[in-house]
Design a protein around this ligand. Structure first.
Ligand SMILES: Cc1cc2nc3c(=O)[nH]c(=O)nc-3n(C[C@H](O)[C@H](O)[C@H](O)COP(=O)(O)OP(=O)(O)OC[C@H]3O[C@@H](n4cnc5c(N)ncnc54)[C@H](O)[C@@H]3O)c2cc1C
Length: 356
């Protein structure tokens, strides 16, 4: 940290959400100071993949093409700035379950809505002596998210924009046009703490629905998977005979510790879609900052307009984050609106109780 005490923004949280905001603000030549502690973060375990298609209906997800366009603008810029490779365009291949699903895939792959995202010709593979069809999704890929976050934090540390400390909410003083935290003054403060938002007295009333996920790393010399293979779980090839197998979704377990039950669940599903020898070399877990309606929470506090939130990226942070961070920073600059589907304003009436 440098000796500066006046900033445009304070950012609390140094995961994907905080880093996306920091890069946007840097580009806009705004001054900011990030507070980040060393608690476990969802971004540090995420596989970092994206898939713009919902398999239930075989249609593109919300604003899919806009999200892709922004991702492919934002991540390569960061790669260049950090001089590290982070992005890989790698296809997703879905194992088709049955003839009905095959027919539906083929129909949707020719439809106006989905033709840019689904390959119409299915491929064949043999798994456990059974022939299976594979459908390939286009415009998919992966960011090495733990590396993105670590290298971004190193970068902001080197230029004096990050403090490695826990932000103490009780010390925040809010006045009409500024906020003050210890000796630091800023025009606005943005909270981006992932699931730790539960400790945040300004936004802990929002209906988050955190979901724990476990993920395994395995080594296998005879698992011949080159794309991201999906069916209930994913197999993500990392190179060097190493693969990530993930991920589970558990809503009741609120601990950050890897669970044996989750490991067994993943391996059972894995063995149904593979026939190889393997060794589990790592297991990690994290808690995704998901929300009740699966849309992020972005915008101003209902009372304190200079206290804001950028959170709720759920299980799709890599995909949603760049466009939403860019639109949010446009809003901060009075150059645009927050999309109503992600604006926190949608929760004011039902969930916010002003202090009397
Ligand atoms: C197993 C698993 C697999 C996943 N796979 C994918 C995937 O393939 N693709 C995808 O897009 N997403 C995936 N995700 C989801 C992804 O991790 C999230 O969307 C994203 O990383 C959330 O980022 P975040 O910054 O909001 O939260 P986090 O990454 O949790 O970061 C929050 C940060 O804020 C800091 N913090 C909190 N409170 C304070 C405080 N008071 N003071 C200082 N610092 C504070 C924490 O220390 C932490 O560093 C996965 C998640 C899990 C668990």
């Amino acid at each position: 940290m440098n000796n500066k005490t006046i900033y445009d923004y304070i950012i609390v949280g140094g995961g994907l959400a905080g880093m996306l905001l920091a890069w946007e603000l840097l580009e806009k030549e705004k001054s900011f100071l990030i507070y980040c502690d060393s608690e476990p973060a969802s971004s540090n375990v995420a596989a970092g993949t994206w898939n713009p298609v919902t398999f239930r209906r075989m249609i593109p997800t919300w604003r899919a093409q806009e999200m892709i366009d922004k991702m492919l603008e934002v991540y390569p810029k960061v790669e260049k700035k950090l001089s590290v490779p982070l992005l890989s365009m790698i296809d997703v291949e879905k194992i088709i379950s049955n003839a009905q699903e095959e027919e539906f895939w083929k129909k949707m792959a020719l439809s106006e809505e989905s033709k840019d995202f689904l390959e119409s010709i299915l491929q064949e593979i043999t798994i456990n002596e059974e022939t299976k069809k594979l459908g390939v999704v286009k415009k998919t890929g992966r960011i090495d998210l733990p590396k993105y976050v670590k290298k971004s934090k190193d970068y902001f540390h080197n230029i004096g924009n990050i403090v490695f400390d826990t932000f103490d909410y009780s010390l925040l003083k809010i006045s009409k046009n500024s906020v003050k935290y210890k000796t630091i003054k800023a025009s606005k403060i943005i909270f981006a703490e992932g699931t730790y938002v539960e400790n945040n007295p300004f936004f802990n009333w929002l209906p988050f629905k955190p979901v724990k996920g476990d993920i395994l790393t395995i080594k296998s010399s005879d698992l011949n998977v080159r794309k991201i293979r999906k069916k209930n779980i994913f197999i993500l090839p990392l190179g060097n005979s190493t693969y990530k197998i993930g991920a589970t979704y558990h809503w009741s377990d609120k601990t950050w510790k890897p669970s044996e039950k989750a490991k067994l669940e993943l391996l059972e599903k894995f063995e149904k879609i593979s026939s190889c020898t393997y060794e589990v070399i790592n297991q990690e877990s994290g808690i995704r900052p998901a929300t009740h309606d699966r849309r992020p929470f972005i915008g101003e506090h209902p009372v304190h307009k200079n206290v804001l939130i950028f959170n709720g990226l759920g299980s799709k942070g890599v995909f949603l984050g760049p466009l939403l961070a860019s639109e949010f920073c446009g809003f901060l600059d009075n150059k645009g609106q927050i999309h109503p589907e992600v604006s926190v304003a949608r929760c004011f009436k039902k969930y916010f109780k002003p202090r009397s």
